[in-house]
Design a protein around this ligand. Structure first.
Ligand SMILES: NC(=O)c1ccc[n+]([C@@H]2O[C@H](COP(=O)([O-])OP(=O)(O)OC[C@H]3O[C@@H](n4cnc5c(N)ncnc54)[C@H](OP(=O)(O)O)[C@@H]3O)[C@@H](O)[C@H]2O)c1
Length: 188
């Protein structure tokens, strides 16, 4: 599957690496092109680096691995490119204030991915997953699973059943056991 990664930082880089190792075509992108290119080199294989718009166009599935609060800016930058696409949302509602991490109160009593779905618009097929592990843990557990070792659980949530079904093989190929957590209203 073609996977575009938007945000090649602590989470996007190892996640793309796991998917590339499993044979998926991964295009990394970032606000800083050098970071995307470094992630592509670390991933090896067929992975490449490009701009966020290129990654969004390229991906049958697009991973939004940017800070929670960067979502509206990224969505505006990508414009209509995400319409109809499956978007993976690993973002947790956490921000940085005065140098320390702080939890963001999600507006409207929504869960975090319900709010991100609101930001993305109804035409985007959001699946929330890969948000429950620290990046090192994600890489180590995923690689262990890919090598045939014990597999860690990876929950996923979404309101679009076909999109959820399409994301399950990516979770499994990344080395995890996919666990259906329900709809976006149920999401962690
Ligand atoms: N790190 C964790 O432990 C962890 C665990 C689970 C889930 N997550 C979630 O994963 C997401 C990413 O976290 P992270 O730790 O990987 O953050 P990160 O290391 O800061 O990576 C995010 C990357 O996105 C880039 N970016 C910002 N705005 C962008 C834009 N408009 N277009 C393209 N790229 C842009 C950033 O560039 P600049 O630095 O130049 O702004 C940065 O390189 C967050 O939502 C977080 O909640 C993180």
């Amino acid at each position: 599957m073609r996977v575009g990664i938007v945000g090649s930082g602590r989470l996007g880089a190892p996640l793309g690496r796991l998917l590339s190792a499993a044979g998926h075509d991964v295009l990394f992108s970032d606000a800083r092109l050098t970071l995307a290119e470094e992630a592509a080199v670390a991933a090896g294989g067929q992975a490449g680096g490009g701009s966020p718009i290129e990654a969004a166009r390229f991906g049958e599935v697009v991973v939004m691995a940017v800070w929670w609060e960067a979502f509206p800016t990224v969505v505006e930058e990508l414009g209509p490119v995400l319409a109809g696409k499956i978007v993976i949302d690993p973002s947790n509602p956490i921000t940085e204030r005065d140098g320390a991490e702080a939890v963001v109160a999600v507006p409207g009593g929504l869960t975090s991915p319900q709010y991100q779905q609101h930001v993305l618009g109804p035409g985007v097929r959001l699946v929330r997953t890969f948000n429950t592990k620290y990046p090192n843990e994600l890489l180590e557990l995923g690689m262990a699973g890919q090598r045939g070792g014990p597999r860690a659980d990876m929950p996923y949530w979404g309101d679009d059943d076909a999109a959820k079904k399409a994301v399950v093989p990516l979770i499994e190929d990344a080395g995890f056991t996919a666990i259906d957590g329900g709809g976006l209203a149920d999401a962690l």
